[in-house]
Ligand binder design. Structure first.
Ligand SMILES: CC(C)(COP(=O)(O)OP(=O)(O)OC[C@H]1O[C@@H](n2cnc3c(N)ncnc32)[C@H](O)[C@@H]1OP(=O)(O)O)[C@@H](O)C(=O)NCCC(=O)NCCS
Length: 238
């Protein structure tokens, strides 16, 4: 056994092309189970619901988990040792071993980047409108981001109840922010904005997002419904 770089407790689900085909169904099953658990345990926290998503086919889960515009981060107990026989089955990639064999303790999905055309200080159109259904699964057009404003959307934030208040949510969001900054820098975007929707009653989530630097958007300009609040996090990259 060789030495390996210590892993943080947040692991990005690899792109479909980087996953051995025979492990893909296991990853999809775990993705589905975690999402359905979140919808069952915290129905008020999400824009979707269990009755709707329990009907999804394998193909729908596959397209969600491998969306070219999506990055899903998983919180795991990476301090657990990996059994050698498990590591072998996972093609010697320790992060994949954890994804395949440890319980998923939390997730967050980052969608993007999209180009915010004609960006103005009042953010018209609002960043949210470019992530409307039907428009969110196109592959990213990385070329068009050069010197433009890159926008991302955070969805499906969830930490299992027994694992809350120990920083897992914060580390998941921080991993998503770091990935967005890195990608936006790599394509020479001038600015990065990350947006999300949160129920105004959801104090835990609002507290979490504020902790990592999200601010509430102007309610009049962006509110979807009176109970939903929109938040954003922005940085200049130049
Ligand atoms: C929101 C959620 C993801 C937070 O995850 P978490 O792992 O408990 O968050 P963290 O431990 O990283 O907390 C970071 C900070 O957020 C704030 N926070 C988290 N939970 C909080 C709560 N219940 N009440 C008030 N503030 C809270 C605190 O400032 C906390 O820092 P602290 O623990 O040092 O005080 C989790 O409660 C959850 O999954 N809720 C149900 C699903 C949900 O609401 N998803 C969000 C949809 S928008």
């Amino acid at each position: 056994m060789g030495s390996h770089t210590p892993l943080g407790d947040v692991i990005l689900i690899p792109k479909k092309t980087d996953l051995p085909p025979d492990v893909l169904p296991d990853i999809i099953e775990r993705f589905k189970t975690t999402r359905l658990t979140a919808l069952q345990l915290d129905p008020a926290a999400f824009g979707s619901n269990y009755a709707h998503e329990i009907q999804f086919t394998y193909e729908t889960w596959l397209s969600r988990a491998t969306n070219p515009l999506g990055k899903t981060f998983v919180s795991l107990n990476t301090s657990n040792p990996i059994a050698p026989e498990v590591l072998d089955k996972s093609y010697n990639d320790p992060s994949l071993s954890y994804l395949l064999h440890d319980e998923w303790l939390g997730t967050v999905t980052l969608l993007g980047p999209k180009v915010l055309a004609n960006a103005r200080s009042d953010l018209t159109p609002t960043p949210f409108t470019i992530f409307t259904p039907g428009n969110s699964n196109d592959p990213p057009d990385l070329e068009s981001l050069k010197d433009h404003h890159a926008v991302y959307l955070i969805v499906a934030m969830f930490v299992r109840p027994g694992q809350r208040r120990v920083g897992r949510g914060r580390r998941l969001v921080e991993a998503a922010l770091a990935a967005a900054i890195e990608e936006a820098r790599n394509v020479s975007a001038s600015r990065v904005t990350i947006v999300l929707n949160v129920e105004s009653e959801n104090r835990a989530a609002r507290g979490l997002y504020q902790t990592v630097g999200f601010e509430e958007c102007d309610a009049d300009a962006t509110a979807l419904t009176s109970s939903t609040l929109e938040m954003k996090w922005e940085r200049d990259l130049l």
